[in-house]
Structures are given as C-alpha cells and as structure tokens.
Design a protein around this ligand. Sequence first.
Ligand code: ZN
Length: 400
Amino acid sequence: MELKIAGHVVRVPLMPNLAVLDSDRPAVGVVAPDPDRGFPDGADAAAGPGFTYHHFWDSGTRLTLTGERAGEYRVRLAPDVHAWVASDRVRVLPPGTPPARGRVGTVRLTPRAEAVDVRIEVDRRLPYRVDPRGRALDITIYGGTADTRWLMSGGLDRHVVGARWSQPADGRWVLTLDLAQPHWGHAARWDPNGDLVVRVRRPPPVDRRRPLRGLVVAVDAGHPPGGAVGPTGLGEAEVNLAVARRLARLLERADAQVILTRTDDRALDLHERARIAEAAGAHLFVSLHQNAFPDGVDPFVESGTSTFYFHPHSQALARAFQAELLHELRLRDLGVGRTSLAVLRPLTWMPAALTETMYMMVPQQEAALRDPEVQERIARAHLRALERFLRQRAAGRDAP
Ligand SMILES: [Zn+2]
C-alpha cells in the first residue's frame, strides 16, 4: 500500500507492507472525535499492529505518525515506545504542523471530598497513560518535556501522601503519586483550558460489619446484542438478567445502592454500560456472563468458571469473584485473566470485573442456569465476593 500523506514517503523493509514515513519529518495527526461512541470520546490503540488495546487517547490528542500498515498508523510515543491505531480514527494535519511534543509545566494537587485533583499544565494534548501500581500511580505524558515546578494547595493529603515528577527519557515525562491505600480509581480528562486533570478517587469508607452499606454497586447483565445460546435454546442475556435482579435484591438488603445497566431485553452498547456505571458514581462494577465455546472445542472437557479484569487495580476484585464462585459451585477453575474487554476498558473510576460463571453450551449447566435456586446461589456468591473484597480493603490489604 502506497502512503501519500504529507507528501513524503519512503519504503523501508522493516515489516511486510509497512510504509514508513520520513523519520526526520514525521507526519502529525490528531485523534478525530467519534460521535457514535461518546464515552469516552477518543481512540483505542495497541502496542503492536492488530494487537489487543493497550492505550486510550482522547479526541484532539496530537500524534507523531511514523508508518502505516493494513489500515493502522504506527505512532511514535517516545524514541523506544510505539503504538498502533486505526487510521480512520486519525486526521492527518498539514505539513509544517508542530510535532506532537510539548512543555509540561506546573502540577497542582487539590484535595476534594471524593478525590484529589491532579492538574498538570501541558501546552497541547499529548498521549498519556495512567498506570496503577499497588499503592502508587504513574501518570506518563509522551512527548512531554519537563519544565515542571510545584504548587500544592493544602499541603500533603491523607490519601495522596507523596508525589514526584521525573523525565526518565527523552519524550517521556512521568508523575508518580504515592497512595496511603491501594488505588481505588481515577478519571482523566483534558480541561477546556488545556490542562490534563487526573482525579484520584479516595477509597470509600467501609464498615467491616456491613461492608456494602452506603456504596453504589453497578450490576451489568451481559448482552444483548449477542450472547451464548444453550443446546435447548436458553439465551445467555435472559439468564444474566435473572441473576442480576437477584443480586440487586441481595445488595439492597445489604444497604447498597444498586444501578442495573439494563432492566429489560433491549440491546445496550458496551460503552454505554460503562458510561451508566461511571455517571452513577458506582464504587464497584460487575458484568455477569455465561460462557460459550468457539467451534471445535469439547465443552465437556473445557468448561468451568473464569473471571476477567483489565485495569490492574481491579485484579483483587476479580480474584474475590473467582474464589466465591468456585467455593459455591465447585466447577473447574479456569482462572482469573487480564484481558482487554470493551466494557471494562473505559472503567478506571472503580474496581470492575466480568464473571463467566458457567457454560451455556453444557446441557447440565444450561439446565442449572434455568433453575431459580441456582440463579440465587450465583447471586449470593457475587454478593459474598463484593463483601470479601471490601473487607480486605478495610483491613488495608492489597490482595486476598
Ligand atoms: Zn457473554
């Protein structure tokens, strides 16, 4: 494929079909708005071409484009860090546009009731990442060059107990925050004045005897659209909603406030499910699913229970679901996996997990999923998992 953007193209045999742009004068692009998506508005990107998503860039983010292959641009984040994004999500800017680099100036930490706002002065929208690491949070701005000084209001905070910036490499500016407790959640956005604002959420207060009291829990009944179908025609979406309703009743009895992302059988987009949870201020999110198999896999050999998460601060919650589901149902342990699922990717504001309790395609499991008593047991296991996770956090423990 010949690449004609910006008018300067050379071909170098680095990768089959890779068109490489002039590295001395790389093209500059900007992430285009996505009116169909809305939450969050931006583009997913991967560490390799066609790989699972690893980055998210808000619309309006400037990108340095160094190659194109099979409908994706290669983006240079730092001299040794690249990412790939669908080329139809990027608008190429005219030649002569300043490169995707910028000055990172003042950083301000402002304690608020629910979160600590970290406001970072950047002179244009650059790609960034927020990476939780246990009791620390790294905010990386690619293409950022330090001209940083501090202005902290209110002194040290009881949750964000330390903060320092560094420039570990050319084009990589990093702010590291030390947290008093394991990370609960964050939300990042570009302020209209141009600053990057990362809200670091305070862990909610937890009463160890009634750990769910006062918390908002988002319960997402997976599908439609789509969903597995059992051998006699039972639909996954129907089972998931039945379990979600039972879980909602149990949570309300435990004094939690429940948000069901859907209450009928109308199709609901994955990003919309995440948006509902965030807009409701949910402290916890769980998406309920039952599994299916690709063709050619023997369901009698491979079936079991699995749980997924994406952002690292959700791992302990996923482990709690897996442990309680295994304890309750005694199915095979297929493990806890980190995977890039569309419903979990946007959820940074709270711990979030997706459970695959049973396999719709196994006749005995399909029959069990139809049984109201089994549905209630699945719901109870989810309730106990949420309580287990909250008690761990209340005890100051990072993992089960
Ligand atoms: Zn499903």
